[in-house]
Design a protein around this ligand. Structure first.
Ligand code: KG4
Ligand code: ZN
Length: 335
């Protein structure tokens, strides 16, 4: 069978990204133009600014991805593009570009769920990974524990009932003055801290495998406020480590409970927060103890990128799926 080259485009938040992936698993290029510098000035992503930056950059990013992959003079076989969930303005830029490009080249395009893209980063990282496996998706906007029953087929076990894990990291980091995005800053600060120093609650949702981080977020904010009011100094390292441990404990606890119940022998993590060092090491230990094989994408594949979208599109293309030009961006698209 001939090789399939997929161009993947991602613009759901503050990264304009495009990549070429061969046969769903081999990355030929992965270009990411981050807008972090601009949004840092505002302490978070400003949707309108993000949309404008995507418009300015998308042509160049796609061009570079094709060039680096040696695709000059060769059309991609299919174009995969994120059509949700995410910020609707930014999503529309990538989607409109992909539709126009696919139409112009006369190649099919497929709309991809961003969360599915995150999961598929694992197929790129480890070429031997095949369903079924269990996966924890933890990003700035999403926290899902699910089973990948087959390519493109998911059984959701639990999700966050309020804030996503990454959102909680970002909020607490901002209040501590660590800057945006907060996850990597807390990760760094926590390395010198004592994770038992501050006692924070472990929040669970009502469902067996659900998550809830709003209580933890409030407890951390209250702790920081009360220290300030009492004129007590706050150890950034200890607070970061204790907060991080509270998030990781809940994530690992639910994952382990599900592994024990379902008996899956492979477990993967995905999404921006999957690059967190404590989560990676705690989850790895938990898997080792149960003789479960642990998969985790390298950090550049954890955060938003086009390669994960191209990989997801490959498996949908092979299953015969195509999107219609009427496809719209959906801010709260469900997996
Ligand atoms: O997957 P992603 O790039 O975008 C979304 O789909 O939301 O995830 C971004 C999130 C941010 O909240 C960021 O703070 C978090 O991932 N993040 C981390 C780390 N690196 C990124 N959180 C904890 N530890 C990290 N090392
Ligand atoms: Zn993401």
């Amino acid at each position: 069978m001939s090789d399939i080259y997929v161009l993947g485009i991602e613009s759901s938040c503050d990264e304009t990204a495009a990549a070429v992936v061969k046969n769903g698993r081999e990355v030929l290029s992965n270009i990411i133009s981050s807008q972090i510098d601009i949004h840092t000035l505002y302490g978070g992503v400003v949707p309108e600014i993000a949309s404008r930056k995507h418009i300015e950059r998308i042509n160049q990013v796609v061009k570079e991805a094709l060039k680096e992959a040696g695709m000059e003079g060769r059309k991609p076989d299919v174009i995969g593009v994120t059509n949700g969930p995410g910020l609707v303005g930014p999503l529309l830029i990538g989607l409109s570009f992909a539709k126009a490009y696919a139409y112009g080249l006369n190649v099919p395009f497929i709309g991809i769920n961003h969360i599915e893209g995150h999961i598929c980063a694992n197929y790129i990282e480890d070429k031997t990974l095949t369903p079924p496996f269990m996966c924890l998706v933890v990003s700035g906007g999403h926290t899902h524990l699910l089973r990948v029953v087959d390519y493109g087929k998911y059984e959701i076990l639990g999700r966050t009932l309020d804030d996503a894990a990454g959102e909680a990291f970002d909020k607490i980091a901002r209040v501590m003055g660590l800057g945006y995005p907060g996850g990597p800053k807390i990760d760094m600060a926590a390395r010198d801290g004592d994770s038992e120093a501050v006692s924070f609650p472990r929040g669970h949702g009502s469902g067996e495998y659900d998550f809830s981080f709003s209580g933890l977020k409030s407890a951390a904010l209250n702790y920081l406020n009360s220290c300030e009011m009492k004129g007590e100094s706050v150890s950034v390292a200890d607070t970061a480590a204790s907060f991080e441990k509270a998030v990781v404990d809940v994530l690992v606890e639910n994952a382990v409970k599900a592994l024990d119940q379902y008996g899956d022998k492979s477990f993967a993590i995905a999404g921006g927060v999957a690059s967190n060092s404590m989560l990676r090491s705690e989850m790895e230990k938990a898997c080792e103890k149960r003789a479960v094989r642990f998969y985790r994408p390298s950090p550049v594949l954890c955060t938003d990128n086009g390669a994960m979208i191209a990989s997801a599109a490959y498996f949908r293309f092979m299953a015969g799926e195509r999107s219609d030009l009427s496809l719209n961006a959906v801010a709260d698209l469900k997996i």
